[in-house]
Design a protein around this ligand. Structure first.
Ligand code: NAD
Length: 350
């Protein structure tokens, strides 16, 4: 009998890449994608695989424990890859409660459902987390390792840190077979255009201002989303239970340098004069509590599990930009709701 695997948040950015990879690579699994379809989830992201025999979509909310129990009772999932979350730091500053509910309570609900029905000897619960739980670095600080103490600074990272602690606690307390990974910023296709790269591409295309926080000096490590999906495949199948794996691209950029690089490429691709896109850059009041730098040391996953990124940043970035330019229709679908009004209200007058 095919093993049943539950992937939560599979209609979102990273989740859709993970679902696609698993559906294509593992015909021996029945893949169930559980997603509430919030503003960030969109079934357009999975149009290409929606008719596949080993793929099933379930609309539902991880905050609804009765629904989860009944779903697990029916399917007895062999494994869970948990990506469903509220994921945008800016939104967490405006509305922290949604982050506490979905990211913390939702994760605990899922742990309870898995604990009740899982096969302790063979199944596993894989929790996808972020490097933001480790907090803030100065330029001269060493990168985050798996033993760096947690020091979350935003409501988003606090909620992710809390959920990581619950997963670890369920492993220690109940012997729940669990593994965690913490990844740096992802870039690639199908990302909701409130996040830096798709937002900038969208705004450059429409000659709108490019809002850059503060002086744009903050530093992030960037990883191509399809490489993150490969890493998730690796950790799910080979990661040691009870362990954490850091995942990163070894690819740090100041925000402003990244935006300038994007502007140069977009000028070329849109046949605009050099400097035209960069003239749209508009510095806005810095994000409250904005962490200065994140950097990941991904030695453990490389040495233990043999994973490394497969594409250079130049290659992944070009592919990403081309995808957004060729998929204006997708952008229309995902932005058809309240997003633009929400987003524009956040940046109005700043
Ligand atoms: N994007 C990044 O750069 C990044 C980096 C590291 C870790 N992560 C983590 O990876 C995961 C996925 O991130 P993403 O960027 O793809 O997020 P996303 O916002 O694009 O997608 C989140 C998905 O979760 C779904 N969802 C939200 N609340 C739900 C609920 N209550 N019940 C069921 N489904 C719900 C949404 O509909 C959406 O499809 C998150 O846990 C995030 O913390 C993201």
């Amino acid at each position: 009998m095919a093993k049943k695997l539950l992937i939560t948040g599979g209609a979102g950015f990273i989740g859709s890449h993970v679902v696609r990879l698993f559906v294509n690579r593992y015909p021996q699994y029945e893949i169930y994608n559980l997603d509430k379809l919030t503003y960030a989830g969109n079934l357009e992201n999975l149009r290409d695989i929606e008719g596949r025999d080993n793929y099933h979509f379930v609309k539902g909310d991880i905050n609804d424990s009765e629904f989860l129990y009944s779903l697990f009772d029916t399917h007895r999932f062999h494994g869970v890859i948990h990506l469903a979350a509220e994921s945008h730091v800016d939104r967490s500053i405006h509305n922290p409660i949604d982050f506490a509910l979905t990211n913390v309570i939702g994760t605990v609900n899922l742990l309870n459902a898995f604990r009740r029905y899982c096969d302790q000897d063979h199944g596993r619960f894989y929790h996808i987390s972020t490097d933001e739980v480790y907090g803030d670095l100065h330029m001269e600080d060493p990168s985050f390792t798996e033993t760096t103490p947690y020091h979350p600074n935003s409501p988003y990272s606090a909620s992710k840190a809390a959920s990581d602690h619950f997963v670890r606690a369920y492993h220690a307390t109940y012997g729940l077979p669990a593994v965690i990974s913490n990844c740096s910023n992802n870039y690639g296709s199908h990302q909701f255009p409130e996040k830096l790269i798709p937002l900038m591409i969208h705004n450059i295309s429409h000659r709108k201002p490019l809002p850059v926080y503060g002086k744009g000096e903050n530093v992030r490590d960037w990883l191509w989303v399809e490489d993150h999906a490969r890493a998730i495949d690796t950790v799910f199948h080979h990661g040691r239970l009870g362990e954490t794996y850091n995942i990163g691209g070894n690819n740090e950029w100041k925000n402003i340098d990244l935006v300038h690089k994007l502007c140069e490429i977009m000028d070329r691709k849109l046949n605009r004069d050099a400097g035209e896109s960069a003239s749209l850059i508009s510095y806005v009041t810095d994000r409250a509590g904005h962490d200065f730098r994140y950097a990941i040391d991904a030695t453990k996953i490389k040495e233990e599990l043999g994973w490394t990124p497969s594409v250079s940043f130049d290659e992944g970035f070009e592919k990403t930009i081309d995808w957004y330019l060729e998929n204006e229709v997708w952008l229309g679908h995902v932005t058809s709701g309240a997003y633009l009004r929400y987003y524009e209200s956040m940046y109005s007058g700043r």
